[in-house]
Design a protein around this ligand. Sequence first.
Ligand code: SF4
Ligand code: SF4
Ligand code: FES
Length: 327
Amino acid sequence: MTDTPTVTVQIDGEPVEVAAGASLLDACRANGQPQPTLCYVETLHPVNACRVCVVEVEGSRPLVPSCSRRAEDGMVVSTDSERVRHSRRMVLEFLGSSVDLSLADGEVKEWFAQYGADPSRYGPCSPPQPDRDQRHAGHHVAPDGTTAETVEQPVKVDNDLYVRDYSKCILCYKCVEACGEDAQNTFAISVAGRGFDARISTEFDAPLTDSACVYCGNCVEVCPTDALMFRSEYELRQAEVWDEDRQEVTTTVCSFCGVGCNLELHTQDERIVKVTSPLDHSITQGNLCIKGRFGYDYVQELGDDLATTPIDEVLRAARTPGTDAHA
Ligand code: SF4
Ligand code: SF4
Ligand code: FES
């Protein structure tokens, strides 16, 4: 039997031993010091996009992203120095001043308080940008100096299964990775444009229905800000029927094929309102196919002959062409 090789790093003055190959984030977590992360999730390769996880490493001129930097024996790391706090504050303020973070995970709001981030100091938001998808790479508009430019644009509702509200997109790349090499290998979405105009897009900004999307919903699963949202949740939120306090989550096994993926059924008023999958499942790691993710109507047919709940009304209207789902 061979011993697993380890390395020892100093985190804020404390020695921490981790397996060789572990990241600095792993070492921080092992020492009970979780760091803020936005673009990192255990099931995808780190892309180093957000830089909110940076730490200071002795001997390194730039701050380093803890999510992707390997721990090396003897490293001396500071996670709460003034440089680190300043950098994290700036990242959060830039995001907070330009992106709608209203539905971001709860801990994101806690980081704003923790790092004293105040996006309002950049001024009021500029008007929405309905032409963002048409901008060519290299497009530039000089800021007017009085307002903070935002990524606000209309919500894309172009199919029955999920919607895309890129006003809430922090460009973390998680959806691109989940659609690409890390899970689905479909490559239906990528990043278009440059600089502030960079945005997640299908090829030539085609509607999802004309794109390569196979509707696995794995991008929706990993989106940290609800920029991607199941259509059911979107419609129920619009109709002010969505209520997470009244929802239950039941873990079960998908019945469609022999892979046996785990499903988490989110139910409200005895109706399935969305389906997720646990990230820590060794086989599926939160990924499903279209059948497991969206094929649940057979247990709650929205036909006219069944008892109708407010949820049924909203979802049925959303699926009926020419009906105003929110009337
Ligand atoms: S849509 Fe969501 S997952 Fe994709 S880049 Fe934007 S915030 Fe990240
Ligand atoms: S989610 Fe798809 S792959 Fe997984 S068990 Fe169901 S049908 Fe099979
Ligand atoms: S979480 Fe490390 S760069 Fe985004």
